[in-house]
Design a protein around this ligand. Structure first.
Ligand code: GDP
Length: 321
């Protein structure tokens, strides 16, 4: 029988890649979309006739119950949230409504309407905040340092509590930064690949960056959504870190991106202290030992391959303009 999946956050980077993957695997895919975001379907336009959009909102319990009853999904992926960290400081209560309480409403709706559905909760490395160890594992203590991280920590534990208390098949994937051509240019990875392509094409002359020594654990969004799906195919629900397991510096990233377009980055890049972040002392890097051992999952794309595919994408897109 054809499997059915419901995705919240369908219009985001991960939602769009996950929908593609599930369609490819023969699923009937439903997407929960807020009325207000239905104008922004850019990332899923190419899937328009393959995905069924249902209107609902994580702020509204009865809409979630209706959507779950109507779609009767085998798998539910919660990828929706208010995920912009600076906004979580200016709108902390709204962030908690979507990112924390939204998950309560979703879990409660599953328990009442479709208790045998499998549930994936998108946890984030932001729950670790300033961790006391590096790399982080599934056992590392949560020390979130912004309202978004705090809300994600609540959602994480609620997901585990519903598994323990009600026996739901609910699990959390703790994802680190993951990138793709569908990422915005405010994030440093896409900012750099986009700028390298612009400079190569003569559309820009320079690039201003913050801390070149900052290091991140970057993985490809396509790899990450594959891990999410994989987690829900196991006999028992469990929580996993989804990451590349290695860090690279912004300097390596910029070097690699400019190499891809045949330029020397030092001729174009300058440092602008306004892009510096406070408190970047501890490295956020995920240990992927557990997911590698238990699920036999690991990223298919290396750091260099990811840089290259994003530079190529930006070159192509900009040349078409
Ligand atoms: P996020 O912090 O994981 O949400 O991802 P970003 O892509 O915004 O930032 C990743 C890292 O790049 C941080 O450690 C920043 O300090 C560093 N960084 C260095 N230069 C820049 C820059 O020009 N823009 C941004 N966004 N980050 C930069």
């Amino acid at each position: 029988m054809q499997k059915k999946a419901l995705i919240t956050g369908l219009t985001g980077q991960d939602g769009s890649y996950l929908a593609e993957l599930l369609v490819e695997k023969g699923y009937q895919v439903f997407g929960l979309v807020r009325r207000s975001s239905s104008g922004n379907l850019d990332r899923i336009n190419h899937l328009a006739d393959k995905v069924e959009i249902l209107s609902g909102d994580l702020l509204d319990q009865s809409s979630l119950m209706d959507v779950i009853t109507e779609s009767s999904p085998d798998e539910i992926y919660n990828l929706a949230s208010q995920s912009y960290v600076p906004l979580s400081w200016t709108q902390p209560a709204l962030t908690a409504e979507y990112t924390a309480l939204g998950v309560s409403r979703l879990l409660e709706s599953i328990r009442r309407c479709k208790p045998d559905a499998r549930f994936y909760q998108a946890s984030s490395s932001e729950v670790f905040g300033q961790p006391d160890e590096s790399p982080q594992t599934e056992q590392t203590a949560f020390r979130p340092r912004n309202p978004y991280g705090v809300a994600k920590a609540y959602a994480h534990w609620m997901t585990i509590n519903y598994r323990q208390k009600y026996g739901l098949y609910s699990c959390c994937g703790i994802t680190y930064t993951h990138e793709s051509p569908r990422r915005g240019t405010e994030f440093v990875f896409r900012k750099i690949t986009h700028a390298a392509a612009m400079i190569k094409l003569g559309m820009s002359q320079d690039l201003k960056l913050g801390n070149l020594d900052a290091r991140r654990d970057w993985c490809y969004a396509k790899d990450a959504v594959h891990a999410m799906w994989f987690m829900l195919q196991q006999d028992k629900p469990d929580d996993f870190i989804i990451a590349s397991g290695e860090t690279h510096s912004v300097r390596e990233l910029v070097e690699c991106a400019f190499r891809c377009v045949g330029l020397n980055w030092e001729d174009y890049v300058s440092v602008d202290p306004s892009f510096y972040r406070p408190d970047e002392t501890v490295q956020l890097v995920g240990s992927i030992d557990k997911i590698r051992k238990q699920l036999n999952w690991q990223p298919q794309y290396s750091f260099e391959e990811l840089v290259e595919l994003m530079v190529d994408h930006d070159l192509k897109r900009l040349s078409e303009k």
